[in-house]
Design a protein around this ligand. Structure first.
Ligand SMILES: Cc1ncc(CN)c(N)n1
Length: 221
């Protein structure tokens, strides 16, 4: 293991196989090579709308923990920016759903989504500290950024009607945003007691597992 790597970069190397399965999932590869089923994309769209709504209390809680526990003023503003962006994101889902004929009213979460949302709720208790919660936030956003940016890089065959979704998370500004979250997580992890550090690594692994299940749920009939 390279001593110069940051804690999060070290985990990306150490858990490389899992990381690849989350960021280069067959669902993403099918978008990139233009073979994805419309029904899979629609399932992902409806389920992700439900997930993003559940993400609001999760992220509000990360914000609250930052306000209470962070020694660095800029953290609060960076996290607030992410929370504010969710308003536009929900409008994007509603607009996209009407284009694809997906009815979002009464959309019920499938099992993988329910389990992922339960995991998000587990962060709202006070025993989960800011370092662990902000690491989860970084990992959740980074999987989407790395997955969707792959669909718009190089020689892709992503269908035109899916480019909007891919650009939403794959654009370079969002890439910069994820880097700023990674810097926050690394700064905190470098100072963290060993039990917090270990818990954050466990959470990183759990995020990857939940993301894989979420893509599986989207692509399976
Ligand atoms: C399942 C999932 N993971 C991550 C993201 C990016 N916020 C999302 N919208 N949905």
């Amino acid at each position: 293991m390279d001593d110069d790597l940051s804690p999060t970069a070290t985990w990306q190397v150490k858990h490389h196989e899992l990381y690849q399965r989350a960021t280069r999932h067959p669902f993403i590869l099918a978008i990139r090579d233009g073979t994805v089923d419309a029904s899979s994309f629609k399932r992902w769209l409806g389920q992700d709308y439900v997930f993003v709504r559940e993400f609001i209390p999760f992220l509000s809680n990360v914000l609250l923990k930052s306000w209470k526990e962070s020694e660095n003023n800029s953290d609060l503003e960076i996290i607030l920016g992410g929370l504010a962006a969710l308003s536009d994101e929900l409008s994007w889902f509603k607009n996209e759903a009407s284009k694809w004929g997906v009815d979002l009213c009464g959309m019920t979460p499938l099992t993988a989504n329910t389990e992922y949302c339960r995991f998000l709720h587990s962060f709202t208790t006070p025993d989960i500290n800011y370092t662990v919660a902000v690491t989860a936030f970084w990992a959740i956003e980074t999987v989407y950024q790395e997955s969707f940016s792959f669909c718009i890089e190089g020689d892709h065959k992503t269908p035109t009607e899916l480019l909007g979704a891919c650009q939403r998370w794959g654009n370079s500004n969002f890439g910069q945003y994820c880097k700023s979250l990674q810097q926050i997580a690394n700064r905190r992890l470098k100072e963290a007691p060993i039990d917090v550090f270990r818990k954050a690594e466990e959470v990183f692994i759990s995020v990857l597992e939940h993301e894989i299940e979420f893509w599986n749920m989207s692509s399976n009939e």
